[in-house]
Design a protein around this ligand. Sequence first.
Ligand SMILES: [Ca+2]
Ligand SMILES: [Ca+2]
Length: 285
Amino acid sequence: MQNQKERNSSLMNKLLIAFFVLILSATSCPGGWGVTCINFRRGDTNGDGQVDLSDGIATLTFLFTGGERPGCADAADADDSGNIDLSDGIYTFQYLFIGGAPPPPPGPNECGEDPMPFDDLGCESVGPCGPQELTRDHSDFEQFQLHYSPGFGFCPQLNSVFEASITAQLDGDYQLEMSVLRPGQPGEKCIEFFLGEIECAVVEVLPARDLTNGEIAQMLALFSDLKIFLDRDAICDCIAIDPCRIGNFNWDGNNFSDFICGNRRLARDQAPAIRDFLDSLHDAP
Ligand SMILES: [Ca+2]
Ligand SMILES: [Ca+2]
């Protein structure tokens, strides 16, 4: 009787453990490297969308010669052992060249999630498994506008562009209207946003002016080759991201944010490039 009780108790413990494992696998995104519940191709260390010689080399150069850290550690873990080491490079070469077994699920050909996500690995960048990057040309715009809206807070950047508008004129000129944020002085009315470390910030409207020919050329080069996404980043399927502030970039009603979880958004380097360009226009030529 005692043995039967112990067996029942042991069975119950196993069922409870299985239950909690199921709950965890359904709700959590474990992983010290990054999140693990996003799609990847196992073996695609360099994240270019296919598994080939360069991936084995990328794994070995990362391990032994200070090469670039893989954006998706789960992809670099070619043998799914739970860590990245020499055997992963060897596993990839054996698969490619001497008929070795293919990398375990999700495998080297199709994007998929890690069926065994309980390791210390994870994914930060999924390469071509993520939304498709597109190119847009908005250089023939009539009006471009930038404004920021609060995210988690507002977190303004002092001495940087606050709002901007560039309007094409009939004579081929472009008129710039811009405001910047500067530190407030005692007695001035501070803007009413979360300012973090900043005690007081004031919006300063700069005098409107026409862009110079050099500035126009720089702007049109930037706006004719915009890298955008029409889907949010895959990482947003796993974790909540609440930005400090959201930049809204608008060409004649075509609005793209700099928010990684926004559906219509600029590629990662694009918003800073536009912001840097606008910041370069602070001072009249
Ligand atoms: Ca690759
Ligand atoms: Ca491994």
